[in-house]
Design a protein around this ligand. Structure first.
Ligand code: ZN
Length: 322
């Protein structure tokens, strides 16, 4: 059975219905390691913005959280969900990257006492016009009620390379491998458990978003992930990946998508098409390479947007090469 067909069996489980509370999507992935899995959709009122995953690891001294979900409300539900498993303090929260669906719930984790960790790019992002624009766009979609209390808060601690944290006899390694999905992606690696919390660097069964990082160095990130050889990979969206072979396949799948769309956009660019035409042709060109792309959730919506951003990235690369 091809991996795409396998994913198609799993996908409906995530895209089927929108939970009323984050805790309805709680699963224990490994002893003491929990995830709440968002719906496989674009943000809308019905899913309340719960379209990404968050995770938490319970140690004997406290809790380590990965990502904060899309709104203050959802962040509070995440804290309530953690409280169904432990009364120990929530000590740390790593934000894998400053995209709306991963950090808008930060306030709730800070109120719960967590030290927030992210890449320093997050501060740059918060000061940019883009962050204000994104906030207004989210407000337009979700409305005041669902967005109530959401504040754009930066991290307490930032790293642009690596750091290790010891808590409850466990080591938590935070790494920035390279610019990929954004300019400031961090991953969390737990060496003893061999679990990698990969943020949006690896997408399982969903088209990766290429609009705010660097697709060329993203491919290098994926090589580093393969070198770690995780036994479980927990992505920012979609199904947790279990087993080295399955993980390798998904990492390669993400790499192949990026390589394919880079090839398509570069060729169309060289043929002289403007950005709007490249965007318009992107889906058919990708389907010519691999018809199975059509079966991926949000392919038809996200792929043209990726082509749009890549057009400028590839133009910059070509200018630099001259
Ligand atoms: Zn993202």
């Amino acid at each position: 059975m091809s991996r795409l067909i396998l994913l198609l069996i799993i996908l409906p489980l995530l895209s089927f219905s929108s939970p009323k509370h984050v805790k309805e999507r709680l699963i224990e992935l490994s002893p003491g390691v929990f995830g709440v899995l968002g719906t496989y959709q674009q943000v809308n009122k019905e899913n309340r913005g719960f379209i990404s995953n968050a995770y938490f690891i319970v140690t004997r001294e406290g809790v380590f959280v990965v990502d904060a979900l899309s709104t203050y409300k959802l962040g509070k539900e995440l804290v309530e969900t953690i409280r169904t498993k432990t009364k120990l303090p929530i000590k740390y929260a790593l934000i894998t990257h400053y995209h709306t669906d991963h950090f808008y719930g930060v306030r709730a984790l800070k109120e719960a006492g967590a030290t927030i960790i992210a890449h320093p790019w997050s501060w740059e992002y918060l000061e940019s016009n883009a962050s204000g624009r994104m906030f207004r766009a989210r407000l337009d979609i979700l409305g005041k009620d669902l967005m109530r209390g959401t504040k754009l808060l930066g991290p307490d601690v930032a790293t642009q390379s690596s750091m290790s944290i010891r808590m409850g006899g466990e080591v938590f390694e935070v790494h920035h491998f390279c610019k990929g999905h954004t300019d400031g992606d961090l991953v969390l690696w737990t060496p003893r458990r061999k679990i990698l919390f990969a943020g949006d660097l690896v997408f399982g069964g969903r088209v990766p978003f290429l609009g705010s990082g660097n697709s060329r160095t993203w491919l290098l990130c994926l090589e580093k992930i393969k070198e770690l050889s995780p036994e479980m990979l927990l992505p920012g969206h979609g199904e947790p990946l279990v087993g080295k072979d399955n993980i390798l396949k998904q990492v390669d799948w993400t790499a192949n998508y990026i390589k394919d769309i880079r090839t398509v956009v570069e060729r169309l660019y060289m043929e002289g098409y403007d950005v709007e035409e490249v965007k318009r042709r992107a889906n058919q060109e990708m389907l010519n390479i691999n018809p199975e792309y059509s079966q991926l959730s949000v392919f038809f919506e996200v792929n043209p947007v990726n082509a749009y951003y890549l057009y400028f990235e590839i133009e910059r690369e070509l200018l630099e090469r001259q």
